[in-house]
Design a protein around this ligand. Structure first.
Ligand code: SN0
Length: 318
């Protein structure tokens, strides 16, 4: 694997899932693979799980890690080629990314969308500039439109939980939120569910919250949440802002919050969320604190997903 930006970079999803589950059983089996290699982790936005699990994963492979909160501690970056830099931006990504490529063997980066300019967000301008100028493999720690480390984790978690012969029904449901959030997590989850292909995948959300078809493909959309949840084995909960009415909140109906009542028609579904989660807005306490929630186990699996990805990139650059 040469980079990790989307599921398209992965030669085989089932194989990557097996690699990750292998690391879960034996975290230190490749403890010298990353010897004398350094991972750079560049943050333009906050992070808890991605930052910590990826650092632990890199250390399990013997790598050194340097974390740089560039939004707070770095120069203000210019992203536009040909810009006349007589304003607030101090350093062009051409130099910044190229210089970081001199220090690190793998460069990882988190960059959220602005949610104002759909075109700029959906062409992945930021991460693509880093890929163009870094000269070393780039790993996404969540970009404007995708969060592949999260989605790989989610596939691992479903695979691990599901022991039955039949295909599980996985329902991704929109839930309310007070802030306009990126579409990256749901886009990515849909993309990975489609690529993995081992589940019956359904999406439910209010009208106007349709995601980009590029990621959801032919996954069915059911606008009635209760109907969608019928017989679900996994409920994947996430808020996102509108893609159509870009970056806007067009529904605030608290009936979309996931409660025990909502889960009644499911097959005692396991409840997943990428975290952080706004309690009693997105998911009720009774669910998060109840037996059906697997959000902590899911977050725990972030380490094995990151370790599988880093190991594949290290192996292809040896
Ligand atoms: C991000 C998102 O993409 O939805 C990161 C998820 C891994 N979530 C948020 O920004 C939550 C912000 C909030 O105030 O609840």
């Amino acid at each position: 694997m040469k980079q990790f930006i989307s599921v398209d970079d992965v030669p085989s999803v089932p194989r990557l899932v097996e690699t990750a589950l292998g690391y879960k059983k034996q975290p230190f089996k490749d403890k010298t693979l990353g010897e004398n290699k350094t991972l750079g982790m560049i943050f333009l936005n906050p992070s808890l799980r991605t930052r910590l699990s990826t650092q632990v994963a890199a250390k399990n492979l013997g790598m050194e890690v340097v974390v740089f909160n560039i939004d707070k501690e770095g120069w203000q970056l210019e992203m536009n080629d040909g810009a006349i830099m007589n304003g607030n931006t101090t350093e062009h990504v051409k130099e910044a990314a190229a210089v970081m490529g001199q220090y690190f063997d793998i460069l990882s980066i988190r960059t959220f969308p602005g949610l104002k300019d759909k075109e700029a967000d959906y062409t992945e301008k930021y991460i693509n500039q880093f890929i163009k100028y870094a000269g070393v493999p780039v790993v996404s720690l969540e970009s404007a439109t995708l969060h592949p480390l999260q989605s790989l984790t989610d596939v691992i978690t479903i695979k691990e939980e599901w022991q039955q012969a039949r295909r599980p029904k996985v329902v991704m449901t929109w839930a309310p939120h007070v802030k306009p959030l990126p579409q990256a997590v749901p886009n990515s989850f849909a993309e990975w569910m489609n690529a993995w292909g081992e589940a019956d995948f359904v999406i439910t959300h209010p009208k106007g919250y349709e995601l980009d078809k590029k990621f959801t493909g032919s996954a069915p959309i059911e606008y009635d949440q209760d109907k969608a949840l019928e017989g679900a084995d996994f409920v994947y909960v996430k808020n996102w802002s509108s893609y159509e009415d870009y970056g806007k909140i067009t529904c605030t109906d608290s009936n979309w919050m996931v409660t025990n009542e909502k889960l009644r028609g499911t097959n005692q579904a396991k409840v997943m969320h990428c975290l952080p989660v706004r309690r009693n807005v997105v998911i009720a306490d009774e669910v998060l604190d109840g037996p059906q929630s697997i959000v902590i186990k899911e977050a725990g699996n972030r380490t094995w997903a990151a370790q599988a990805v880093l190991s594949e990139i290290l192996k292809s650059s040896l």
